[in-house]
Ligand binder design. Structure first.
Ligand code: AMP
Ligand code: ZN
Length: 113
């Protein structure tokens, strides 16, 4: 499959890795919108949040744990951060391999939309 994030998982495209576990990897966004901007992804390919089966409890737990670890190692656990995911056209999803953005390191606008 021609997926840029699968290629990052395979090591075919370089990334600045922040955290890794058996099922999940986190790396710096190439186009940061804040001093901390990390993408947390499942190593397995899912087009979006909607394709992750809720039966995949181990993966879902690891994703939440990875977000917590990313917040800790990047130093935003205390100062605060935002987690977001874009799904589909209306939200402007541009990479169709599910990812959570972890954004912080500056005061963030309240506006989300
Ligand atoms: P989204 O628009 O929510 O699908 O987010 C996709 C994100 O992937 C954007 O913030 C891009 O900057 C980021 N991105 C695209 N290619 C790469 C890459 N090779 N390494 C790291 N981040 C990337
Ligand atoms: Zn993929």
């Amino acid at each position: 499959m021609d997926c840029i994030f699968c290629k990052i998982v395979q090591g075919e495209i370089p990334s600045k890795k922040v955290y890794e576990s058996e099922l999940v990897v986190a790396f710096e966004d190439i186009n940061k919108v804040a001093p901390v901007h990390v993408l947390v992804i499942p190593k397995a390919h899912y087009d979006s949040l909607m394709e992750i089966p809720v039966s995949e409890t181990e993966l879902i737990v690891e994703l939440i744990h990875a977000i917590q670890e990313v917040a800790r190692v990047t130093g935003v656990a205390e100062t605060g951060f935002r987690v977001l995911t874009n799904k589909g056209r209306s939200a402007g999803q541009s990479v169709f391999h599910q990812h959570f953005h972890v954004i912080g390191g500056r005061d963030l606008d309240i506006k989300l939309g």
